[in-house]
Design a protein around this ligand. Structure first.
Ligand SMILES: Nc1ncnc2c1ncn2[C@@H]1O[C@H](COP(=O)(O)OP(=O)(O)OP(=O)(O)O)[C@@H](O)[C@H]1O
Ligand SMILES: [Mg+2]
Length: 347
């Protein structure tokens, strides 16, 4: 599994929220997205799920979203339940639809087999039993009861309606449902919000053990330190991808900036102008380089002309050509000074 966005941008109406998104998610990576309120963390997560939100950014690279192996993405945003009158158990069992469907089929086949035993029915029955085993039919109940217990839910709770649980409990249920469905990429937007200490600790342990790829937004430094192995930090000048813990980032951010690789998920408010300016400068540099090269070629051409028979003895012509070369060299010197100044601006 690998997921990559190059040179994307996201706007709400006329307002660009994120520009030049250049971001790669590697298999089994646990990335924390951190940064001040309103910088675009939730927006980025939403766009990872819904690529329709992405448009071409202002960078030079080609815009694209690359997904290897069509990964299943699970996203915990605000806690929502379609129907609050379903019970906790019913909610959890939605994750295990394959297994519960098979149970029903096996039950029906067993009934049918009591009436008559045909080869066809026996074959169907063995097939269903094989499938049931393949989909962990014998262990899935243990899987979810253990998870529910970890979050402090009892067997009695299983029949309670969703509407009867508190906000924190509902977050836990939504999270459990998502975790048990085992997506390839798990996206969590501030999962510790509304969770009590027990919930937080459980969440922490489950996420530490979690084998899939995880991207989560959090303002909780302690939580980020525990779980994340890399960071996407939104700073004043855009977002950076850092392959270190949050504490290491805080320790090093002043003096060791260059340690970190920047993956530019640039964020608008502060960087927009700056970034546009940078692109203008980059274009100017390119233009200058082309002009210098063209002048160099012209100088070579003139030098070759000066060697030609008939011209190499014509001093008036030679003088004229030499003057042209001097002028071109002078131009290039000036262009080089300008080029150097622009390069310095960029670094
Ligand atoms: N549906 C929308 N329409 C217009 N603007 C939006 C919409 N959603 C978010 N925004 C704006 O986009 C910017 C980024 O919002 P986003 O919710 O991604 O920030 P955030 O980093 O998740 O913030 P927080 O830490 O408060 O959750 C904000 O300026 C917000 O006002
Ligand atoms: Mg948010």
């Amino acid at each position: 599994m690998n997921y990559k966005i190059t040179n994307g941008s996201i706007s709400y109406g006329a307002e660009t929220i994120l520009e030049e998104i250049d971001f790669e998610i590697k298999e089994k990576e646990k990335i924390a997205v951190v940064g001040r309120n309103g910088c675009g963390k939730s927006t980025l997560l939403k766009a990872i799920v819904n690529n329709q939100m992405l448009e071409e950014g202002i960078g030079e690279e080609k815009f694209g979203v690359y997904k290897q192996g069509s990964p299943v993405i699970g996203f915990l945003k605000q806690v929502e339940f379609e129907d609050e009158s379903t019970s906790l158990l019913e909610e959890i069992l939605k994750v295990y639809k394959k297994q519960t469907d098979l149970e029903r089929r096996i039950e029906n086949l067993e009934k049918a087999l009591k009436q008559e035993t045909s080869d066809k029915l026996v074959k169907e029955y063995t097939n269903a039993m094989d499938m049931y085993k393949f989909y962990d039919g014998y262990t899935y109940k243990k899987e979810y009861t253990t998870a529910l217990n970890k979050f402090g839910f009892t067997t009695q709770d299983e029949n309670k309606k969703i509407s009867e649980f508190s906000g924190g409990q509902r977050t836990k249920i939504a999270f459990l449902r998502l975790l048990l469905s085992k997506p390839d990429i798990l996206l969590l937007d501030e999962p510790t919000n509304h969770m009590d200490i027990v919930g937080k600790e459980t969440l922490e342990n489950l996420l530490k053990e979690y084998k899939g790829t995880l991207i989560f937004v959090s303002h909780d430094r302690y939580f980020v330190n525990k779980i994340a192995d890399s960071l996407l930090v939104f700073e004043k000048n855009g977002a950076k991808y850092l392959n270190c813990s949050y504490d290491e980032y805080i320790e090093n951010r002043e003096e060791k900036e260059e340690l970190f690789t920047t993956k530019k998920v640039k964020n608008k408010n502060n960087e927009y102008i700056l970034n546009k300016e940078r692109n203008k400068i980059k274009n100017k540099i390119k233009k200058l380089e082309n002009e210098i090269n063209a002048n160099d070629l012209e100088i070579k051409r003139i030098e070759a002309e000066m060697q030609k028979e008939g011209i190499n003895t014509d001093y008036v012509k030679l003088n004229e050509l030499q003057e042209k070369i001097t002028a071109l060299n002078k131009q290039n010197e000036e262009k080089l000074i300008e080029w150097e100044a622009l390069e310095n601006k960029l670094s």
